[in-house]
Design a protein around this ligand. Structure first.
Ligand code: PRP
Length: 176
């Protein structure tokens, strides 16, 4: 981080905890007792998947995939690479893609298209953060934690050049 950069908290640890619990209640209600497969999109979703999965009181499986389009920087390259694919066969399962953030929508749009070809019973998305103002494409996002302004945010899994993922809150990275 350049020396002139500062962080300001946008969403506190307690706000994240409370909203994650609300999202889990909604997901449980929609599942109506059926099992779910939660797919975490590495690396950014690691904390949200961990916390959300422990809040959901349903029979659940976890799996992970990894994409990359930001290459550690601040803007999407527009090209989504699958760096790690799933281990579990999703055919016939209720699947929820778990994302830390939907920004341009390019990553999620690509994932929805790819995973829907594998014939899940249902395919939904839970994203902790959404920046509606910066969408370039508009994939459906069934569960959104917080709509945030068009600022560059870090923490709780989100990085800038691979730093800040361990912060327990979401902060705006200001560069003067
Ligand atoms: C980030 C984030 C989402 C995606 C959202 O991943 O975790 O997957 O970008 O951006 P978009 O809506 O503009 O496509 P990134 O590729 O930076 O990898 P990371 O999770 O390892 O940081």
């Amino acid at each position: 981080m350049p020396q002139t950069s500062t962080l300001s908290i946008l969403i506190s640890t307690e706000q994240i905890r409370a909203r994650t619990a609300e999202m889990a209640r909604q997901i449980e209600a929609d599942l109506a007792g059926e099992p779910v497969l939660l797919l975490g999109v590495l690396n950014g979703a690691v904390h949200f998947l961990s916390d959300l999965s422990r809040e959901i009181n349903s029979d659940s499986l976890l799996d992970f995939l990894q994409t990359s389009s930001y290459h550690g920087g601040k803007s999407s390259s527009g090209v989504v690479q699958i760096r790690k694919d799933l281990d579990i066969n999703i055919e016939g399962k209720n699947v929820i893609i778990v994302e830390d953030i939907v920004d341009t929508g390019i990553t999620l749009s690509h994932l929805r298209e790819l995973l829907s070809t594998r014939k899940p019973k249902s395919l939904k998305v839970a994203a902790l953060l959404s920046k509606k103002g910066s969408r370039k494409v508009h994939p459906e996002v069934e569960y959104i934690g917080f709509e945030i302004p068009n600022e560059f945010v870090v923490g709780y899994g989100l990085d800038y050049e691979d730093r800040f993922r361990n912060l327990p809150y979401i902060a705006i990275l200001h560069e003067e």
